[in-house]
Design a protein around this ligand. Structure first.
Ligand SMILES: [Zn+2]
Length: 247
C-alpha cells in the first residue's frame, strides 16, 4: 500500500527519541512530500472505484456507502498498525472492557475508546468538511472524505510521537499523559469521519451551530475543548492552565 511510504526511518528515529527538533523539521518536509505522493495514489484508487466521482456534484452525503466504509476501515487499520509499531498500548492499562471513560482527570482518559475528547475529533471532521468544501468543492464528496480521514489518521500518529506527547505534558494539564491507546485513536479517527458526514448532511449554518454548541458544552463540562487545546499547544497561557487544574 503506497500510503505506508511516508513511514520512513526518520519518523522511526523521532519516535524512538533519537532525533533533534531541527531534524524533525527537516524530516517533516520529506514526510510531507512522500505522504503527498502516497495520497495521490490513494485518491486515484478511490476515485477509480467510486461511482460518486461521475455523479453530478451534490452537497449531500456521498452516494457510495461502501467507499465510505472502506476508507474509514482502511485509515483506521493502517493508523492502528503504525501506532502499535510506535509502541502505543492497545487498550487502557486498567484492563476493564469499558467503552467510555468520562473523567478526563483520571488515568483512563484517552485510553478507552470514547471519552470527552472524542467530541473534539467530531469537530475536526466538521472543520475538515468545511475547509475541504471551500478549497476543493470540485472534488467529489468521497474524495474530500478520504482526504479528511487520511489527515486525521496522520494527526493521530503524530499526536502519539514523543515530540507531541512531551509538548502536551509540558504545556498542559496532562501531566501523566503518555499518548492515546490504539483503541482510543481508532475511535477518534472514526469520530472525525462521523463529524465530516454530519457536517456534510447539515450544511454550513447548522454545522457552525453544532460546532459552537459542542465547544461550549466541553468548556463547561471538562474546562477544555478544541479551541483551548489548540491555544495550549501553540502558545500555552498560564491563566488557562490554572483554570484547567483538576478540581
Ligand atoms: Zn481504564
Amino acid at each position: 500500500m503506497s500510503f505506508s511510504l511516508w513511514i520512513d526511518r526518520r519518523l522511526w528515529r523521532i519516535a524512538t527519541g533519537r532525533s533533534s527538533v531541527g531534524e524533525w523539521r527537516l524530516s517533516t518536509h520529506a514526510d510531507a512530500v512522500s505522504c503527498g505522493t502516497s495520497f495521490v495514489f490513494l485518491q486515484w484508487w478511490i476515485s477509480d472505484m467510486s461511482s460518486d466521482e461521475r455523479a453530478p456534484q451534490s452537497n449531500f452525503l456521498p452516494t457510495d456507502t461502501r467507499a465510505v466504509i472502506l476508507v474509514s476501515l482502511m485509515v483506521s487499520l493502517i493508523s492502528a498498525v503504525v501506532l502499535a509499531w510506535l509502541g502505543q498500548p492497545f487498550w487502557c492499562e486498567c484492563g476493564r472492557w469499558q467503552l467510555a471513560s468520562w473523567d478526563i482527570w483520571s488515568a483512563h482518559n484517552s485510553q478507552h475508546p470514547v471519552d470527552p475528547y472524542t467530541f473534539t475529533h467530531v469537530l475536526h471532521g466538521i472543520l475538515f468538511c468545511g475547509f475541504l468544501w471551500m478549497i476543493g468543492s470540485r472534488f467529489s464528496v468521497i474524495v474530500r472524505y478520504s482526504t479528511a480521514m487520511v489527515a486525521e489518521g496522520l494527526w493521530e500518529v503524530l499526536e502519539n510521537t514523543p515530540l507531541v506527547i512531551d509538548r502536551y505534558r509540558e504545556a498542559t494539564i496532562s501531566l501523566d499523559y503518555y499518548g492515546d491507546s490504539i483503541a482510543n485513536s481508532v475511535f477518534d479517527i472514526l469520530a472525525c469521519g462521523l463529524g465530516f458526514l454530519v457536517a456534510q448532511f447539515l450544511g454550513l449554518r447548522w454545522s457552525v451551530a453544532v460546532f459552537v454548541l459542542v465547544e461550549a458544552v466541553l468548556a463547561w463540562a471538562i474546562r477544555d475543548n478544541l479551541t483551548l487545546n489548540v491555544i495550549m499547544l501553540v502558545c500555552p497561557l498560564e491563566s488557562i492552565k490554572q483554570w484547567q487544574m483538576p478540581p
